[in-house]
Write a protein that binds this ligand. Structure first.
Ligand code: BDR
Ligand code: CA
Length: 313
């Protein structure tokens, strides 16, 4: 089968970085058409730079990286330096990238790509706030039926929230954008905290990255070590969730994940529950299903896949 054409929309972020590396390491399954950066974990000047740092680390400076939106649709940007550090990629020392940033705006790249590629052949993989995607869908509604699938990291049902008692970071930062994406009618697959909180970076798993004895293995081990501290303290767990690579892993090995096709609505008006993903897991409403909402992951299979693919660099 031909590799799946994807666009990664991202706010790197150490876990975003691992998602990008997993995609770049998997050319048989994934054809990465481009990376669009968005403001999220850190501001846009850092996320677009971090995306290029990761591509260079992977030895893929030819990857196209675009800068997209620098603020949510209608809210003030909230960042997460307390988790990801000042640069967004704190952990190992990183060199300034020399590969270019593309001139085109990330939103224009998304629209142009979906219009120029055959309909139903491009998948979008948002792993940050969905401002770029929502802007593209609003500006060019003709692209909606051309999208093969949107496979995103965001939201939660059983785990509820990580930045407020009710909301997960990517959705909370730009709930209006998330609402546009969830209401769009495009086929959605969602990796919520319910999945990612089962994909923990235990010591053995981090050691497996370090044991690769490569630049990439060392960087991934140092990144996961870095943000692990914050989450372990917060949750009292044996490791930290490696959120974003779940999306790319799903594109490579969908059998690692299990969920339900259900209705998911985004709360935008309440201050108390802003950004909540109201997931009808028990199908108690007659609202139509709009998302494949995942709940379970084969975490061992996921980390085996990661270690096997990262060993290719
Ligand atoms: C999400 O928020 C970010 O901090 C991570 O990169 C991930 O995309 C998890 O809530
Ligand atoms: Ca992210």
């Amino acid at each position: 089968m031909a590799p799946r054409k994807i666009i990664i929309d991202t706010d790197p972020g150490q876990d975003d970085a691992v998602a990008i590396l997993l995609a770049l390491a998997s050319p048989d399954e994934i054809d990465l058409l481009g990376i669009t950066a968005v403001a999220g974990n850190v501001p846009l000047p850092l996320t677009q730079k971090n995306a290029r740092i990761v591509c260079e680390l992977a030895g893929k400076p030819e990857t196209k990286v675009f800068a997209g939106c620098d603020a949510p649709l209608s809210r003030t940007l909230m960042t997460a330096e307390h988790v990801h550090g000042k640069t967004g990629l704190d952990g190992p020392p990183m060199v300034e990238p020399t590969m270019p940033l593309q001139d085109q705006h990330g939103v224009d790249f998304i629209i142009e790509t979906l219009r120029s590629e055959p309909s139903g052949t491009v998948t979008i993989c948002p792993i940050g706030p969905m401002t770029n995607i929502a802007t593209a869908l609003e500006r060019a509604p003709d692209i909606v039926p051309r999208i093969q699938e949107i496979v995103l990291m965001g939201g939660a049902y059983f785990e509820v929230g990580n930045v407020t008692p009710a909301a997960e970071f990517n959705i909370y930062v730009d709930p209006e954008a998330a609402k546009i994406v969830f209401d769009s009618g495009a086929p959605l697959t969602v990796m919520p905290l319910d999945v990612t909180h089962k994909a923990l970076t235990t010591k053995t798993r981090i050691d497996a990255f370090r044991a690769l004895n490569t630049k990439v293995g060392d960087a991934v081990a140092a990144w996961t070590d870095f943000f692990e501290r914050f989450d372990m303290e917060k949750y009292g767990s044996e490791g930290a969730p490696l959120h974003d690579p779940c999306t790319v892993a799903y594109l490579i090995k969908p059998e690692l994940f299990q969920g339900r096709h259900i209705n998911v609505e985004i709360e935008t008006s309440s201050e108390l529950t802003r950004g909540m993903t109201v997931a009808d897991w028990w199908r108690v409403t007659d609202r139509p299903a709009n998302a494949m909402f995942m709940k379970d992951i084969d975490a061992t299979g996921f980390y085996d896949l990661l270690a096997e693919r990262l060993a290719r660099f």
